[in-house]
Design a binder for this molecule. Structure first.
Ligand code: NAD
Ligand code: UD1
Length: 335
C-alpha cells in the first residue's frame, strides 16, 4: 500500500515509518520539520535499508499538499502532524486550532479531491478529561480540558462527520495513552527541545546529568504511593498499532475510536525506581506541588484494540527504561 505519513519525522511517526517499510508498504513523508529534524528520516532509511520520498511542507500549504497527492496518489494517510504541548496550547490557542484543526481540514479536503478515502489519526487520551470511571473505555464521555485536547476532540468530530458524508471513507482515531521508549537501535527516539514537560524524557535527562533532579509533581494523590499513575505504552508497540490500524481502515468503512495503551498503570515513583535499576544508580528527586490540570490516574481499557486490530502491547516497563536510556546516551554522544 502507498501511505502518506504527515508528521513522519516526529517521535511516533519515525517509529511507525520503520514498521510500515519493514512490512513492505511504500511511504511518502510530509512534514514541516517544525518539531523534528530531516536527519531523522536518514536514520529511518539506515535502519530499514529502504528509500522513500519526503516533502518539506506544512499542511496549511494547500498547493503543495495538492501537488503531493496528485504526484504520489496515496491509498491511505496516517496523520501525525500537529502541535502537542498542553501548556503552550493554553498560551497560544489560536496557533493550535490553526495548525491542528485547520491543518486537518486542509488534509481531508485534499484527500477528498484526490480520491483517497482512508485515514488513521493520532488522537489522545486527553480527550476524555477527568475520569468519570476507570479504566477509560471508548464510550467514556469526552471532556478535554486544554486547547490542545480540544483540537483533538474537534478533529475527531470533523473526521467522523466526513466518514458519515462519504460512504467510501474509513477512519481510525487512535487515542494514545502515554507513549515512551525508543527503537532498540537507539537511532531514533523522542527529542524534545528545551526542558521536557513529560516525565520520562525528564527522568532520562536527570540520569544523564543534564538536569539536577526530578520534580515529583504531587505525592498526595489517591494512588498506590501518592504519585500520579499513568498508562505508559512503548512507542514500538504504538507503531505496530498503526500498522494494524491502517490494514483495518482499508478493509472497512466508517469511523472507530480505539484506545492504545497497555491496560495497566505505573506511578511516578515506580517509573523512577525502574529507571534507577536500568542506570544502576539512585536518581535525585524532590517532591513538589501538584501540576495544575493533572489527574491522579489514567488507564486504558484495551479490549477494543484487541478485538478490532488484534493488537496488544508487548513491551514492559524494563524495556521502556532500557530503550529510553540507550537513546539518551546515543543523543548525548552524537551532540
Ligand atoms: P512530534 O512533535 O514528535 O511529531 C509531530 C510532527 O509533525 C513533527 O515532525 C512536526 O514537525 C510535524 N508537524 C507539526 N505541524 C505540522 C504541520 N502543520 N504540517 C506538517 N508537519 C507538521 O509529536 P509526536 O509525539 O510524534 O506526536 C505525533 C502525534 O501524536 C501528534 O498529533 C500528537 O498530538 C499525538 N499524540 C502524541 C502523544 C505523545 O505523548 N507523544 C500523545 C497523544 C497524542
Ligand atoms: C501529558 C499531557 C497529555 C499528553 C501526554 C503525552 C498534560 C496535562 N497532559 O500527559 O495531554 O497526551 O502528556 O505523553 O500535560 N510528572 C512529574 N514530574 C515531571 C513531569 C511529570 O512528576 O517533571 C508526573 C505527572 O504529574 C504525571 C506523570 O508524571 O503524574 C506523567 O506526566 P506526563 O509525562 O507529563 O504525562 P501526562 O500528564 O499524563
Amino acid at each position: 500500500m502507498k501511505i502518506l505519513v504527515t508528521g513522519g519525522a516526529g517521535f511516533i511517526g519515525s517509529h511507525t515509518l520503520v514498521q510500515l517499510l519493514r512490512a513492505g508498504h511504500e511511504v511518502i513523508v510530509y512534514d514541516s520539520f517544525a518539531n523534528s529534524k530531516p536527519q531523522v528520516l536518514d536514520q529511518v532509511k539506515l535502519l530499514t535499508s529502504k528509500d522513500f520520498p519526503s516533502i518539506k511542507g506544512d499542511l496549511l500549504e494547500r498547493d503543495l499538499l495538492n501537488k503531493t497527492f496528485a504526484e504520489h496518489r496515496p491509498d491511505a494517510v496516517i496523520h501525525f502532524a500537529g502541535l502537542k504541548a498542553v501548556g503552550e496550547s493554553v498560551e497560544k490557542p489560536l496557533d493550535y486550532y490553526q495548525n491542528n484543526v485547520t491543518g486537518t481540514l486542509e488534509l481531508l479536503t485534499a484527500m477528498e479531491t484526490h480520491g483517497c478515502h482512508n485515514i488513521v489519526f493520532s488522537s489522545s487520551a486527553t480527550v476524555y478529561g477527568t475520569p468519570k470511571y476507570l479504566p477509560y473505555d471508548e464510550e467514556h464521555p469526552l471532556s478535554p480540558e486544554s486547547p490542545y485536547g480540544r483540537t483533538k476532540f474537534f478533529v475527531e468530530k470533523i473526521i467522523e462527520d466526513w466518514t458519515i458524508s462519504n460512504p467510501q471513507a474509513s477512519a481510525i482515531l487512535l487515542r494514545y495513552f502515554n507513549p515512551v521508549g525508543a527503537d532498540d537501535s537507539a537511532l531514533i527516539g523522542e527529542d524534545p527541545s528545551g526542558i521536557p514537560n513529560n516525565l520520562v524524557p525528564y527522568i532520562a535527562q536527570v540520569a544523564s546529568g543534564v538536569l539536577p533532579h526530578l520534580q515529583v509533581l504531587g505525592d498526595d494523590y489517591e494512588t498506590r504511593d501518592g504519585t500520579g499513575e499513568r498508562d505508559y505504552v512503548h512507542v514500538v508497540d504504538l507503531a505496530a498499532a498503526h500498522l494494524a490500524a491502517i490494514n483495518y481502515a482499508t478493509s472497512q468503512t466508517g469511523c472507530d475510536a480505539i484506545n492504545i495503551g497497555t491496560g495497566t498503570s505505573i506511578t511516578v515513583m515506580e517509573f523512577l525506581k525502574a529507571f534507577e535499576k536500568t542506570v544502576g544508580k539512585p536518581l535525585p528527586y524532590k517532591i513538589k506541588p501538584r501540576r495544575s490540570g493533572d489527574v491522579a490516574k489514567m488507564e486504558a481499557k484495551v479490549d477494543k484494540a484487541k478485538a478490532l486490530l488484534q493488537w496488544e502491547s508487548e513491551r514492559n516497563l524494563e524495556n521502556m527504561c532500557e530503550t529510553t536510556w540507550r537513546w539518551q546516551r546515543y543523543k548525548m554522544s552524537s551532540n
